[in-house]
Design a protein around this ligand. Structure first.
Ligand code: NAP
Length: 230
């Protein structure tokens, strides 16, 4: 039974390029009203003129930008996708770990998604709202044979735990959370050798999101729906 037939509202971070941009494109196709946020340059969003698209400049590290952005949204949010993320660059050895890089990667990949979620919580639809974290298999402790990539791996592991730890509190409010690994995707981060196109990854991600329910909140899956090892 359809209780309400309003157009669903999505909020996507890091939406000017890569997976975030493709999420915006496909969400618009699926009749969402989309609030797309970008750090500094609008990138692809500039060419994406659509009556249901609203773009906001927002650095996810900056609480003073998150609050006014959400005030401008002001309508209930059905779907929050924390997508913005950064890599840690070099395949550094233990000796080469650069702790300024580590702090920044932790701030963007692990802390910022939690802060955005905290600020968005009052707007998230009770009974049916969804929070999606774009995480990575690189954050898996069990799947870490090659090691390295210290900051990126640790940041996604921390994101997975933040999300798992908030699962029950959000479930009580009728909000489901999920952790999705997009696969290895050809973007600036994924590089030219990645086997997956953003369009295919995002089609899978949106299928997983549509299938997400409160009963299965907290799952850690890839874009094709495969359960991943923690
Ligand atoms: N590509 C892959 O193979 C792969 C695999 C596993 C997981 N992921 C995850 O998927 C997500 C998207 O990655 P992608 O491949 O699309 O990477 P990408 O092409 O490098 O795009 C990253 C996006 O994040 C934004 N961003 C970075 N720092 C930000 C900040 N402080 N505030 C706001 N936005 C910020 C970037 O904005 P600017 O343009 O302003 O820098 C850009 O829009 C990330 O969380 C990544 O860890 C990707």
């Amino acid at each position: 039974m359809l209780l309400h037939n309003h157009m669903p509202v999505a909020f996507v971070t890091g939406a000017n390029r890569g997976i975030g941009f493709e999420l915006v494109r496909q969400l618009l196709e699926q009749n969402y009203t989309v609030h797309a946020t970008y750090r500094s340059s609008m990138g692809g969003l500039e060419g994406l003129v659509h009556p249901n698209l609203h773009c906001h400049r927002m650095d996810v590290r900056d609480a003073s930008q998150i609050k006014p952005t959400l005030e401008r949204v002001s309508t209930p949010i059905d779907l929050l996708i924390n997508n913005a993320g950064i890599a840690d660059g070099r395949w550094a050895s233990v000796e080469e770990i650069d702790f300024e890089v580590v702090s920044n990667v932790m701030e963007v990949n692990a802390i910022a998604p939690v802060r955005v979620t905290q600020f968005a919580l009052p707007l998230l639809v009770k009974n049916g709202g969804k929070v999606v974290m774009i995480t990575s298999l690189m954050g898996s402790i069990e799947d870490c044979a090659s090691g390295r990539s210290y900051a990126y791996r640790a940041s996604k592991t921390a994101l997975n735990m933040f999300t798992t730890a908030m699962k029950s509190e959000l479930q009580e409010r009728g909000v489901a959370v999920m952790l999705i690994h997009p696969g290895w995707v050809e973007t600036d981060m994924g590089g030219p050798n990645a086997p997956l196109q953003a369009s295919e990854s995002v089609t899978g991600i949106l299928t997983q999101i549509n299938e997400q329910t409160l009963a299965t909140t907290g799952r850690f899956v890839d874009y094709a729906g495969n359960n991943l090892p923690w």
